[in-house]
Design a protein around this ligand. Structure first.
Ligand code: TRH
Length: 392
């Protein structure tokens, strides 16, 4: 598996999750080439940022740089399957080694997750290499049976259920980050996103309500704006910022598995990108997605396509309230020609009466996704079928 970190955590997060999942499912030995092991280290502290080569959780991790490519152990001995994460390309020498290998090896281009209808017809299509005689295919994650599915490890539900059934586990989660567990009648929310003009409105709405709102804020691109909202230039993990009915808790950046616990510990989750977006769905809680902005506003169709799926079967009013909040949070307001010209504060207030309906729908949505086959399983099967037919 090859991974180049373009920005943020998502590229590394998805490749790392898939690599571990393939190992856990016994799909074979997995070697992950990554150009920024320091990003992986943030997600998994056991990863040594200095090591050129290491074994973590059953995955062989190699630093991907030009020098390493020149002396790579796979020269002339490429793997059965090469997975290219998010169109990052494969090293030329590697592709050449794949082309002459017998039996032939397979090149999988792992694409971005989307709920758009075209995914079903594009998933699994061949993508002939312009120069080399290589079998290369697109693999699209997705929410429908005809897509590549979603990454989910075996035992995730059991881990979540055990956490939720054990109040002590919840207490320990908060205490380890320097806070007491929120009172049972408080509303807790996690706040992971990019810079966002809507955050002031949201914080205002939470601070003037009658219910106590606990917002857990990890470090990152949104944090400076939240600090500015409280008139703070700097703050540290473990600090709490309070105004009216709102308490913002500055939580540290958590290892990936602990981030799941944050999602489970909160009533609602604001997430972004790709991997946190999927994990919030497995958490079976309502979510607000800050989608990764794309050139030409291409992300807007992607966001609406997902909303269409998520809201299917949901009553019209909660669906409209949720749609309005997602649009406001993503800046898809009247100024951009979108019908929902409300700010996040008004959108949140309008949504409040629908929270119980949205919470129960989130559980229903998660159950529906349970029927979708796991991405790692689908990928392994897809590759086995192609390798078998090329050998025949
Ligand atoms: O970080 P992201 O925004 O990632 C991306 C990249 O921008 C990428 O270029 C783009 O292609 C992709 O989005 C769509 O968001 P994402 O995908 O949610 O990845 C964040 C990961 O960080 C996810 O695995 C959850 C994890 N995480 C932790 O492990 N601990 C934490 O405390 C937090 C807040 C997140």
């Amino acid at each position: 598996m090859f991974c180049r970190v373009v920005d943020n955590y998502g590229d590394a997060a998805v490749c790392w999750r898939l690599a571990r999942e393939l190992v856990a499912r016994g799909a074979g030995a997995v070697r992950l080439w990554i150009d920024a092991p320091e990003v992986l280290h943030s997600l998994c502290p056991a990863v040594d940022v200095q090591a050129a080569r290491q074994q973590v959780e059953g995955v062989e991790i190699l630093r991907w740089d030009d020098a390493a490519i020149g002396t790579a152990p796979w020269r002339g001995a490429s793997a059965d399957i090469a997975v290219e994460g998010f169109g990052c390309g494969l090293p030329e020498t590697y592709a050449e080694a794949m082309a002459v290998r017998r039996p032939k090896s397979l090149w999988i281009t792992l694409e971005y997750l989307s709920a758009e209808p075209w995914v079903a017809s594009h998933h699994g299509l061949p993508s002939p290499h312009p120069r080399l005689p290589l079998a290369r295919y697109f693999f699209f994650p997705g929410f429908v049976a005809a897509s590549g599915g979603l990454i989910r490890e075996a035992g995730l539900d059991a881990r979540r259920d055990a956490f939720l059934a054990d109040p002590q586990a919840r207490n320990l989660f908060w205490q380890a980050r320097g806070f007491a567990a929120p009172a049972p009648d408080a509303f807790s929310v996690s706040l992971f996103g990019y810079e966002n003009a809507g955050v002031n409105g949201l914080l205002n709405a939470w601070s003037v309500g009658t219910e106590l709102v606990i917002a857990a804020l990890p470090p990152g691109r949104l944090r400076p704006q939240v600090l500015a909202h409280f008139g703070r230039a700097a703050a540290r993990d473990g600090d709490a910022l309070k105004r009216g009915s709102l308490e913002v808790r500055l939580v540290p950046f958590l290892p990936q598995s602990d981030y799941d616990e944050l999602l489970w510990a909160c009533d609602w989750n604001f997430v972004r990108g790709e991997d946190s977006f999927v994990r919030a769905q497995w958490a079976a809680r309502p979510l607000v997605w800050h989608i990764y902005p794309q050139a030409g506003q291409a992300h807007r169709a992607k966001l609406d396509a997902f909303l269409d799926h998520w809201c299917a079967g949901l009553a019209a009013e909660p669906a409209a309230a949720l749609r309005r909040l997602w649009h406001a949070w993503n800046g898809m307001d009247a100024a951009l020609g979108c019908e929902d010209g409300v700010g996040c504060d008004a959108a949140w207030v309008a949504l409040a009466p629908h929270r119980p309906a949205l919470a129960s729908h989130a559980r229903k949505w998660k159950k529906e996704l349970d029927f979708a086959r796991n991405l790692a399983e689908k990928l392994a099967q897809f590759c086995a079928d192609r390798l078998e037919s090329s050998a025949a």
